[in-house]
Design a protein around this ligand. Structure first.
Ligand code: PLP
Length: 442
């Protein structure tokens, strides 16, 4: 229910924002005017009290759902005790957080370096790989997002890598994407094999002994939830092993439950040398990220200084929230729930929508990590234009659903705790909006 007081707050929030806040990833005159004041589970409310289903998870972040009481309580208790501490000191919450994170990593990982988010996690993983190997080059894919700091934005393959004033010793290649294959492949197996051949050629052409690391999102997220085809990640591992190249898997978006597994790479026959994380580790309740370091790389720095550090590395509020988040996820079976709701509700419902709406070219994903690719024509696979996507986004918001819309895709990415009823409500909204998506598209 809204009234004049809450409408006034909504208006004030928008006015202050317009006057004083400089937004990321947006021309300032086109910045969003949607307000969000509070949340619970998979729902949020604006300052005027209007309710929305959050099927964006706030940049695919809030895996545990909004305002999980145990995590809020842990932050509150930590705040009463100690709210900041230098990274060089020892603190119980930091050790407890690191221990819980490595518990979900494969054997042979014991150490965690904490950062403030995903970009600086990748930044430091790249530095570790370079120092460990004594090599310079980093290879990553064009369809990727790794963050918006120096080396992370250079590693990013999409349009955000420009201006790349930091670009140095960095090479991009094409990863697998069967729906729009660069390799003229017609099956997942063929796509995997050809993408691996392409990577092998890039490594040979660049000179294997100059390459420190291959950096990959296990499941490229912002680029379209590109679930890797069979054998691809294992094949990349093999190529890396052959040449002494480190494999960094970026689990910032796909990690900690999003794929229906603790780490997305648990579903593939692959073992990285460095794992980067952020977002789902504490659902962004307090900014946090980090690098999980395999023993041989950690040993490089036993008697050698790692030239990296951040004032807020292992911040007590972040650490307390990680401990509470991972404990709640384990005790409440939240990762299992994400896997089941994906397999039993979200996936089948999206396939059902695809049967009824010609605008859907492809549905792909797992867990609570899905993308629906919209096209003007299923045969040509021409992407639905930006103006039509803009109309779809507004129509979804107008019906009470916060979507994650990227290029010609709707990413269906609710919190891991989303219920079957909420999925059904969201599907009814997508259904209604997609029914008119092709209007005016010739
Ligand atoms: N890596 C991946 C896969 C991401 O999706 C993101 C952000 O969306 C990042 C890194 C950057 O994380 P942050 O925005 O916390 O710096």
């Amino acid at each position: 229910m809204t009234d004049s007081l809450t409408e006034g707050l909504d208006e004030l929030a928008r006015e202050l924002d317009k006057d004083h806040v400089f937004h990321s990833w947006s021309a300032q005159s086109h910045a969003s005017t949607l307000t969000i004041a509070s949340g619970r589970g998979a729902r949020v409310w604006d300052h005027a009290g209007r309710e929305y289903l959050d099927f964006s998870s706030q940049l695919v972040n809030v895996n545990i759902g909004h305002q999980h009481p145990a995590v809020v309580q842990a932050i509150r208790e930590q705040a009463e005790l100690l709210t900041t501490i230098a990274p060089s000191t020892v603190n119980l919450a930091r050790g407890e957080a690191a221990k819980r994170i490595v518990a979900h990593a494969p054997s042979g990982f014991h150490k965690v370096f904490f950062t403030n988010g995903g970009a600086d996690a990748n930044e430091n993983a790249i530095r570790m790989a370079r120092l460990h190997t004594g090599r310079d080059k980093i290879l990553s894919t064009y369809r990727s997002y790794h963050g918006n700091t120096g080396a992370a934005v250079v590693a990013t393959g999409d349009w955000r890598r420009v201006p790349n004033e930091f670009a140095r010793a960095h090479v991009h290649f094409f990863g697998p994407y069967l729906y729009r294959s660069e390799f003229w492949a017609s099956s997942p197996e063929e796509e995997s094999e050809r993408a691996l051949r392409h990577l092998r050629r890039v490594i040979e052409a660049e000179g294997p002994s100059s390459i420190a690391a291959v950096l990959l999102e296990t499941i490229p997220g912002t680029a379209g939830v590109l679930v890797p085809p069979p054998g691809y990640l294992a094949g990349v591992r093999e190529l890396c092993d052959r040449h002494g190249i480190m494999l960094i898997l970026d689990e910032v978006m796909c990690g900690f439950g999003r794929s229906g597994r603790w780490f997305a790479f648990d579903g593939y026959d692959v073992r990285p040398d460095l794992i980067t994380f952020a977002k789902g580790v504490n659902s962004g309740y307090v900014p946090a990220g980090g690098v999980v370091i395999s023993d041989p790389i950690a040993a490089t720095f036993d008697d050698r200084v790692f030239p990296g550090g951040l004032t807020y590395s292992g911040h007590p509020l972040a650490m307390a929230s990680i401990v509470a988040t991972l404990d709640a996820m384990a005790s409440e079976g939240i990762v299992d729930h994400a896997r089941e709701i994906g397999a039993e509700s979200i996936g089948p419902a999206l396939e059902d929508l695809a049967e009824r709406h010609a605008v859907i070219g492809e549905v792909r994903g797992e867990g609570v990590f899905w993308a629906v690719e919209l096209v003007t024509d299923r045969k040509t696979r021409e992407a639905l234009p930006a103006a039509a996507m803009g109309r779809i986004k507004s129509a979804l918001v107008g019906r009470g659903l916060l979507p994650f819309v990227q290029d010609n895709r709707i990413h269906v990415v609710p919190p891991c705790v989303v219920t079957a009823e909420e999925v059904a409500d969201a599907m009814a909204i997508y259904d209604e909006v997609l029914g008119t998506a092709l209007e005016g598209e010739g």
